[in-house]
Design a binder for this molecule. Structure first.
Ligand code: NAD
Length: 347
């Protein structure tokens, strides 16, 4: 398995392979950049088919965190970790403590938090071995509601740019994934008077959305071809691909999922189709902003987090305007802006 020559390797500063036979821990920690500060990014547990898939995920996600943190205006770098295995069967106190020892061995160059399949309870076990964690219960807690608030602001910014009004009233939004972010997002949208089309692999989540938000449920693959104003991917990555793009009838894509574009070139395909894309790591930064608040010298401050999350609105408007002026896809402009911030370095 190539690392330095891997297509997803982007001059990551450090990639740590962690293994412990006794607890069954197999993990990879990737520190992409500490140029702006210690690298921060969640830990994901996933039953990867091959170790190679875990490496791809951690390399891409850690790079994404560098860009996300820079664009959110946070003085932190980008890192991520993945634990390989089935979250329903491999979790144990011993495994998370061992993972915590690995995190601790990096002396604060990487600070971990929750990501897919990792709960605040899991992170509190990691915390027994290292102070280098964030997102703890009783402090910033679940980042989902803050990610949802930022995503909601992102939809409004996109609506203003595309339709000339930030109001979502009367617009139809197709939401894919009703989890800890998607469901909160639906709540905001419903309150504002948007019409909702939803899908999820979990029938209970669908029933709740139909009952609470008067949403229309559709099948998993039907979500892409819905007649709607906005498609909001809030489940998986890579849902913007050749297969889905040919079905889209939306004018905006704005959702919280990470790594939404299957390939970078799909950003340009969207631009040519006249679909406005809100770059994923910009619109979904609400959670990391709230996590950072816990790490900041002033300590956790919900009001600070909320106001910083609201800034996602103007950051996206800047990206949209620059993309128009330079005739570039929004994802390329976001990358460029993040690179400019990183090049300027620590303030
Ligand atoms: N939680 C956060 O604060 C946060 C922050 C940034 C980015 N994200 C990203 O946002 C996305 C959602 O995060 P979350 O925390 O809400 O996760 P979650 O696990 O709580 O929710 C995901 C939802 O998607 C559903 N789902 C899974 N596969 C699906 C499919 N094929 N079609 C439709 N629905 C499907 C799941 O049943 C679940 O309800 C993820 O990509 C995550 O990486 C989350």
């Amino acid at each position: 398995m190539a690392v330095f020559n891997h297509p997803e390797f982007d001059n990551h500063e450090q990639v740590v392979f962690c293994s412990d036979k006794e607890t069954g821990l197999k993990a990879i920690i990737a520190i992409h950049s500490t140029k702006l500060g210690p690298s921060v990014g969640g830990c994901r547990m996933w039953d990867y088919v091959a170790d190679e898939d875990a490496l791809v995920d951690v390399l891409r996600l850690s790079r994404g965190m560098t860009y996300k943190n820079a664009m959110a205006g946070l003085p932190i770098g980008g890192g991520k970790s993945v634990i390989i295995g089935n979250a329903k069967t491999i979790k144990s106190e011993a495994l998370f403590r061992k993972f915590g020892q690995y995190v601790h061995s990096l002396s604060g160059r990487y600070i971990s938090a929750e990501d897919v399949n990792i709960t605040t309870a899991d992170i509190s076990i990691v915390h027994k071995e290292t102070p280098y964690v964030a997102g703890l219960e009783g402090k910033s807690g679940n980042p989902g509601p803050f990610t949802a608030l930022g995503t909601y602001q992102g939809l409004k910014a996109a609506a203003l740019h595309k339709f000339g009004s930030a109001s979502l009233q009367g617009l139809t939004v197709a939401v894919q994934g009703l989890g800890s972010v998607g469901f909160y997002l639906c709540e905001y949208l419903h309150k504002e008077g948007a019409k909702l089309i939803v899908t999820d692999i979990n029938p209970d989540a669908i029933s709740r959305a139909v009952a609470q938000f008067d949403a229309t449920a559709v099948g998993l693959d039907e979500i892409y071809s819905q007649q709607c104003d906005i498609y909001a991917p809030c489940a998986l990555g890579a849902t913007i691909n050749d297969h889905s793009i040919e079905q889209f009838k939306c004018k905006i894509i704005a959702g919280c999922a990470n790594n939404q574009l299957k390939e970078t070139r799909h950003g340009e395909v969207l631009r040519q189709k006249g679909i406005l894309y809100a770059p994923d790591y910009v619109i979904n930064a609400g959670g990391i902003i709230n996590v950072y608040s816990e790490m900041s010298p002033q300590g956790y401050d919900e009001a600070w987090s909320t106001s910083k999350v609201m800034d996602i609105y103007s950051t996206l408007l800047n990206i949209f305007q620059r993309a128009d002026a330079e005739q570039q896809p929004t994802n390329a402009v976001a990358d460029l802006m993040a690179q400019e911030i990183i090049a300027r370095g620590k303030k």
